[in-house]
Design a protein around this ligand. Structure first.
Ligand SMILES: Nc1ncnc2c1ncn2[C@@H]1O[C@H](COP(=O)(O)OP(=O)(O)OP(=O)(O)O)[C@@H](O)[C@H]1O
Length: 500
């Protein structure tokens, strides 16, 4: 075997009393796609972000290309050969695609008078996007005009421009739909074939087994085992991830579509740019209505519209009693909850505590006599959500920004599930969440369905949609192209043709 390109020895990382990594040894080889898998909070982002210069280890040492490796920042690491695409949003909103890509390197576009040649910069950024196979994005576009998936692709283009020796991709697949994933897979395979190394983090076991050559399992900050391709076995990997076998049903176990007759919420003739072209849907009480499609099909926009968060050009959203939902404020007052795909921007206040984020949704539930909010009641309510969803944290006072990605997602889920929403709009609710917690979320959705709650499940993951929906709508180019009822015989192959 060749020499490792990166050696991490005895790496430990503490955040106050939280031990994120304990004496981890990790070696990465040229020409290898190394998968990292483990439950939420097991240390995957921490170990890879230490290698990529985002933070420093508490102890341990690293060698990269046979030299001692002590990057002082992500930019420093990227310029010297290790680039990382982070799990959270890694772009800056107020500027263009080109300014995001060349943020730390604007000087190369300055002329003698010190002015930036924007035309040249935009052109280079457009070329960087083309180089990774994205045709529809140009350097002059404001980043805020792009959806979540496309912003992720801008981050990938930025890192790829440096032709890194090691590319770290932290839980990015769930931010991408199938077309975006294909772009990413083809890039990392090309890199691997040219002798570079990739560290690939994902919670999708099937994906990670397909894409990676070797797979390292982390649990509670410990490296448990590294599997070679020929040793890949889903059950064994799962067991080493969670330290026990997964019991019970993963998705729901029945195959009969069911719902009440009464509509919970109806969208009529929604029009918004090219994203919604006269879309009408009815979600019934006690129904899980799945919405699937490729990233730009309009499904995420539909979720926003149903929550009243969009200035529609035409059409309206009404609840069963005729209330018009035309602002998030009205939606919340009418017991509509919304988990946005872009959680850090739209669903969480990162600078606030877990308690403040969760409690805000459930005030009505824990207020004494309907209006008196006591600190004790609020704490009890939040502690229950933390326990039910196994949110890995020190306590409710911890800042949300300090949580691992999957644990942030649990906070958003807990906020809306706990507060007695009658209608739940869940846009990629299990994004970045490990399989054990995913299973609990699915079972929780079933309980809510049985209580008569209506759930709009927007997802990029077909197995999740097929596994959970009573009815499934497929969207393409802003329109609904197919409708399927739950059935044991319904497969990916039946619906994919309606997406592309
Ligand atoms: N800045 C921070 N302050 C305090 N604790 C932190 C901080 N960053 C990470 N942690 C903690 O370190 C542990 C490991 O987190 P890490 O993000 O590496 O997990 P992960 O395996 O990547 O999880 P996920 O799958 O949810 O992304 C978690 O318990 C997390 O809460």
């Amino acid at each position: 075997m060749s020499e490792p390109i990166l050696e991490m020895k005895n790496i430990s990382k503490n955040f106050g009393s939280v031990i994120a990594l304990k004496n981890v040894d990790l070696e990465v080889y040229p020409g290898e796609i190394r998968g990292l898998i483990g439950e939420n909070g097991s240390g995957k982002s921490t170990i890879s972000s230490i290698a990529a210069g985002m933070q420093k280890a508490t102890s341990g040492r690293m060698t990269f290309k046979k030299q001692s490796w002590e990057p002082v920042s992500m930019i420093d690491a990227l310029q010297n050969g290790i680039g990382m695409v982070v799990q959270e949003s890694g772009t800056i909103s107020g500027v263009t695609v080109a300014e995001n890509i060349f943020l730390a390197e604007l000087s190369q576009f300055r002329n003698k008078l010190g002015m930036i040649n924007k035309k040249a910069m935009n052109q280079k950024a457009t070329e960087a996007m083309r180089a990774i196979g994205v045709e529809h994005v140009t350097g002059d576009m404001p980043i805020a005009s792009l959806d979540f998936q496309t912003r992720k692709l801008v981050e990938i283009a930025k890192v790829m421009l440096k032709n890194p020796d090691i590319l770290v991709i932290d839980e990015t697949s769930t931010a991408l739909s199938q077309d975006g994933r294909e772009i990413m897979y083809s890039l990392i395979r090309k890199l691997r074939d040219s002798g570079k190394a990739i560290i690939f983090i994902s919670h999708d076991l099937e994906e990670i087994m397909e894409v990676c050559d070797t797979l390292t399992v982390l649990r509670d900050g410990n490296l448990i085992r590294t599997f070679k391709k020929e040793e890949f076995n889903a059950d064994e990997i799962r067991t080493s991830m969670i330290g026990r076998e997964l019991q019970g049903d993963y998705y729901r176990s029945d195959f009969t579509p069911s719902s009440q007759k009464e509509a919970a919420i109806t969208a009529t003739n929604l029009k918004y740019k090219e994203e919604l072209k006269s879309v009408s849907i009815t979600l019934k009480k006690g129904e899980i209505l799945g919405i699937g499609g490729l990233a730009a099909c309009g499904m995420h926009t539909l979720g926003k519209a149903m929550f009243g968060a969009l200035a529609l050009e035409e059409g309206e959203v009404t609840t069963y009693d005729g209330t018009k939902i035309n602002s998030p404020h009205i939606a919340v007052a009418n017991k509509i909850g919304y988990v946005s795909k872009d959680r850090d921007v739209e669903s969480l206040c990162l600078s606030a505590s877990i308690q403040d984020n969760i409690a805000v949704g459930g005030m009505e539930k824990y207020a004494v006599n309907g209006f008196l909010i006591t600190n004790k009641k609020e704490k009890e309510y939040v502690a229950k959500q933390i326990k039910d969803l196994s949110i890995k944290c020190s306590d409710g006072d911890q800042l949300t920004s300090q949580l691992s990605g999957g644990n942030k997602q649990k906070v958003v889920f807990g906020k809306w599930i706990g507060c007695g929403s009658e209608i739940l709009i869940l846009d990629c609710p299990t994004r970045g969440v490990d399989i054990g917690v995913k299973q609990s979320m699915y079972q929780l959705m079933m309980e809510l369905k049985k209580e008569g709650k209506a759930i709009l499940l927007i997802s990029e993951e077909l197995p999740e949609l097929l596994g959970m929906s009573d009815r499934l709508l497929i969207m393409k180019d802003g329109s609904i192209t197919g409708e399927f009822m739950r059935s044991e015989s319904l497969t990916d192959a039946d619906v994919i043709g309606y997406m592309i």
